[in-house]
Design a protein around this ligand. Structure first.
Ligand code: SAM
Length: 264
């Protein structure tokens, strides 16, 4: 198969997702990743790669998830906008559902590859540079700030729900996810970075890995694939509501871990 024929498969999946003729699952994700070379998704994600900590394949798959989304999108942890732009590009190319990004902001001048003196200012500039500002809104603060839930409810509107959630933040899984979990659709696409540890993220990855596996092994999540470098893709499974209530019973504290726990 030529490179052009191969990329056409990926481009067709984008069109099928946009038209509601396809739905992401493990098989479709495998096919998408195998045919990215030369595709529209790969080309656009390479332009975002310069300001993202995520692998371009992960950005491409995030974009595909956003193409499928029909209700609303929640992102926790955007840094200077790489993942935000991947999601916003998918919404631009499909259904422009409400999309809220939650980012605490600050500076990170010592970051070795993507230093910034102002996370929020660089986020705004990067999103605007690709003409994507109209597809997203930013709540500056911590995900477990009660005002963040209000911001999401306001963004979604009455009866609104989220059918894609992406988190790339600290290791506090339930404290970050829990406050929003009532707003997730039953089959919400679920994307978690830090599923594996990469360069000094061992503690938060330990927590995310444990939490995702805990939910997956009990039917609360359905796995598509972990994707380079450390991002887990799947969607909510039938047991998620029961497991959500179980976690709520613990006051949204994190799942118990053997030994040391997580984070920041
Ligand atoms: C690894 S970076 C995100 C990288 C980004 N997704 C990308 O594509 O490059 C993590 C970001 O999450 C933010 N963050 C960490 N924990 C958070 C929390 N609980 N609530 C809000 N933002 C958080 C940090 O300020 C940082 O900008």
């Amino acid at each position: 198969m030529s490179r052009t024929d191969s990329a056409a498969i990926c481009d067709r999946i984008d069109r099928d997702l946009a038209a509601g003729r396809a739905r992401l699952d493990a098989g479709l994700v495998a096919s998408y990743l195998a045919h990215l070379d030369g595709s529209v998704a790969r080309a656009e994600m390479l332009s975002i790669d310069r300001f993202s900590m995520l692998h371009p394949d992960t950005l491409a798959l995030l974009r595909a998830c956003a193409i499928e989304a029909r209700r609303g999108v929640l992102e926790i942890g955007s840094y200077i906008g790489g993942s935000t732009c991947a999601i916003a590009a998918g919404l631009r190319d499909s259904t422009a559902v409400p999309f809220l990004t939650i980012e605490v902001g600050g500076s990170y001048p010592d970051q070795p590859w993507l230093p910034t003196n102002d996370i929020i200012a660089d986020w705004s500039a990067n999103v605007a540079s690709l003409g994507l500002s109209r597809y997203t809104a930013l709540f500056q603060g911590w995900a477990n700030d009660p005002a963040a839930v209000t911001a999401l409810r306001d963004r979604l509107g009455p009866g609104g729900q989220v059918d894609l959630v992406f988190m790339d933040a600290n290791g506090a899984f339930w404290p970050n996810i829990g406050p929003f979990a009532d707003l997730f659709t039953d089959d919400c696409l679920f994307v978690m970075d830090d599923y594996h540890s990469v360069e000094g993220t061992q503690e938060k990855a330990l927590n995310i890995h444990f939490a995702v596996n805990h939910l997956r092994d009990r039917g609360g999540l359905v796995e598509f694939a972990p994707v380079r470098w450390s991002t887990w893709f799947g969607r909510l499974g039938p047991a998620f509501p029961a497991l959500r209530e179980e976690a709520r019973g613990r006051g949204f504290s994190d799942l118990p871990l053997p030994g040391r726990v997580f984070m920041t």
